[in-house]
Design a protein around this ligand. Structure first.
Ligand code: GAR
Length: 198
């Protein structure tokens, strides 16, 4: 079985990217290797994490393109030039079109910071997800890793992990706990699972 060439798409701090790099170094991820990190945000700290780990980086900023279609065409050419087999969205804050997702069917996964189908879909990203969970008053939240299709956060679920909400939680404390207890664990495990099955 060949080792899959993985591209990770990021937008911000890149703690989930770091969890993948660490899992690769510790041998949790062995069926794939991160060959490229693409950020839509030139200032993303995730790019520094990739460089420190000697991973090739690229910036593809939507603002530099006249249309969403041209932005996605550039993303596709970067992925194809690098012979990408598998794509991970790790805090990537752009919604991808059906044209893009169908080209990589069952070859893109995303981590989302809630138990899908709660608090997901358009407008639910980053801290907003945790704000919504606290506002609703749920007592349990968590994270989900799922395949990406044309429906935002709507693809087949691969893994989920629940996280308790505590009295006095703020969106920030909850985000941190969901990352530590759920996202950073199930994202590497899911990636290894799907790459191993490919
Ligand atoms: C993570 O919590 C991730 O689940 C979320 O953004 C954060 C990125 O953090 N993604 C979404 O909300 C996507 N809908 P990171 O850059 O430190 O990995």
């Amino acid at each position: 079985m060949s080792i899959k060439n993985i591209a990770v798409l990021v937008s911000g701090g890149g703690t989930n990217l770091q969890a993948l790099i660490d899992a690769q170094n510790s041998g949790i991820i062995k069926s794939g290797k991160i060959g490229l990190v693409i950020s839509n945000n030139p200032d993303a700290f995730a790019l520094e994490r990739a460089k420190k780990a000697d991973i090739k980086t690229a910036v593809c900023n939507k603002k530099d393109f006249a249309s969403a279609e041209l932005f996605e065409e550039k993303l596709i050419s970067l992925l194809e030039e690098n012979k990408t087999d598998f794509i991970v969205l790790a805090g990537f804050m752009c919604i991808l079109s059906e044209k893009f997702t169908s080209r990589f069917e069952k070859r893109i996964i995303n981590v989302h910071p809630s138990l899908i189908p709660s608090f997901c879909g358009k407008g639910f990203y980053g801290l907003h997800v945790h704000e919504a969970a606290l506002k609703y008053g749920v007592k349990v939240t968590g994270a989900t890793v799922h395949f990406v299709n044309e429906i935002p956060d709507g693809g087949e679920i691969i893994m989920q992990k629940a996280v308790e909400i505590r009295d006095g939680d703020t969106p920030e404390t909850l985000q941190k706990r969901v990352m530590e207890e759920a996202e950073w664990k199930i994202l590497p495990l899911s990636l290894e699972k799907v790459c191993g099955e490919m």
